[in-house]
Design a protein around this ligand. Structure first.
Ligand SMILES: NC(=O)c1ccc[n+]([C@@H]2O[C@H](COP(=O)([O-])OP(=O)(O)OC[C@H]3O[C@@H](n4cnc5c(N)ncnc54)[C@H](OP(=O)(O)O)[C@@H]3O)[C@@H](O)[C@H]2O)c1
Length: 269
């Protein structure tokens, strides 16, 4: 069974390649813009191309049975139609919560008629790096919606699920909501980062406008949109679901474990 991993040097795509190899997959093709720079593991067949440039896809799709479809909305309809034309048997797409920003991924996959599995992660733990600049500079994190609660997931867990789903037809037609193992407020996430760093951090609640100004230093024009999302979470907290543990057979990564593994992101280089 030949598996094509698109976006193969992406945050998640690269880990999907490693997980597939660890699970014994022996026919993995990786799609990347620059094979020389990609430094993919030995044993992986490397194809040059990008989902965003559909002219590169026919060669990459040739002979492929199962496709890992990385999140790239602008060309997803064409990429899926071409996958169907190429005779690909199954698509595993990385989207997001149903009805959210990434819904177009699922719509395009379903429209092309190829059997599918949708992966629907919520927020990634890695988004906490949006506090890294403040934590490197001092002991105060200025933010808003401190009680907004969700169950963020480690990107490593998304990749672990993706690899298992790619390798088995048993998941056909399913949508998997993916979260971390526990719901945490923003204050609690800052406290977990402090524990991992072995430092005291003080969370300071800002009014909406000041928070947007602070967050814009790191996320630019997305800051207001991001704060809107946090306000929604205040009203509708996200609960944790057990999908990662059920699909991988091991517990999902906790936020504290993630923070310990990524302390370097919050320390001066
Ligand atoms: N629930 C969520 O929050 C959610 C859900 C889905 C997706 N996402 C987003 O998806 C990202 C994680 O997915 P990922 O790891 O697959 O993606 P990624 O880290 O954004 O990487 C995408 C890969 O696509 C390739 N690429 C080449 N040219 C590109 C271009 N012009 N624009 C974009 N990509 C290009 C690159 O790989 P090559 O160089 O190898 O070609 C790149 O590494 C997150 O950063 C997040 O923003 C979030």
């Amino acid at each position: 069974m030949k598996i094509l991993v698109t976006g193969a040097t992406g945050n998640i795509g690269r880990m999907v390649v490693d997980e597939l190899l660890a699970l014994g997959a022996d026919d993995v093709r990786a799609l990347t813009v620059d094979p020389g720079r990609a430094a993919l593991p030995a044993g992986v067949e490397v194809a040059r191309g990008f989902l965003g440039r559909p002219s590169t896809l026919p060669g990459a799709y040739a002979g492929v049975d199962v496709l890992y479809l990385a999140p790239h909305l602008p060309t997803v309809v064409e990429a899926c139609r071409m996958a169907a034309d190429a005779g690909i048997r199954r698509i595993v797409d990385l989207a997001g919560p149903k009805g959210g920003y990434w819904q177009g991924m699922e719509d395009a996959v379903e429209a092309c008629g190829v059997p599918f599995t949708h992966l629907e992660p919520g927020e990634f733990m890695a988004n906490a790096t949006l506090w890294a600049r403040q934590i490197r500079a001092g002991d105060v994190v200025r933010d808003t919606c401190g009680d907004a609660t969700n169950a963020p997931i480690a990107q490593e867990d998304v990749a672990a699920v993706a690899a298992r789903v790619l390798l088995s037809d048993a998941h056909e037609g399913r949508s998997y909501e993916l979260t971390g193992p526990a719901s945490l407020s923003r204050r609690e996430k800052v406290a977990e980062i402090a524990r991992a760093l072995g430092r005291e951090l003080r969370y300071v609640e800002l009014p909406r406008d000041e928070a947007i100004e602070e967050l814009a230093k790191d996320m630019g024009d997305h800051a207001a949109w991001y704060v809107d999302g946090q306000e929604t979470l205040l009203a509708y907290p996200q609960r944790a679901v057990p999908t990662v543990a059920e699909l991988t057979g091991r517990p999902a990564t906790t936020f504290l474990e993630w923070a310990h593994a990524h302390v370097h992101l919050f320390r001066d280089p």
